[in-house]
Design a protein. Structure first.
Length: 73
């Protein structure tokens, strides 16, 4: 599934307070994690090889692991 790019409001507070529809249609929360440059590179290469964006690939991974079907693991 390909999401649409969201334009970010000028401040973090405005981003959090913005309605989900103004962010994107399906994704309304942002998650930030720290990874090593080496892991980031490997993730980007795999996403490219699969013809996906990094965001779409990681959303699918998180959905498999923590979505409705992955609940309770």
């Amino acid at each position: 599934m390909k999401g649409r790019f969201a334009s970010r409001p000028g401040s973090p507070e405005a981003w959090v307070k913005a309605s989900p529809a103004s962010r994107t249609e399906h994704f309304c929360a942002r998650l930030t994690i720290d990874v090593t440059p080496q892991l980031r590179g490997r993730i980007k290469v795999v996403a490219f090889q699969r013809g996906l964006t990094v965001a779409d690939m990681l959303r699918a991974l998180l959905d498999r692991e923590f979505g409705d079907e992955g609940a309770g693991r």
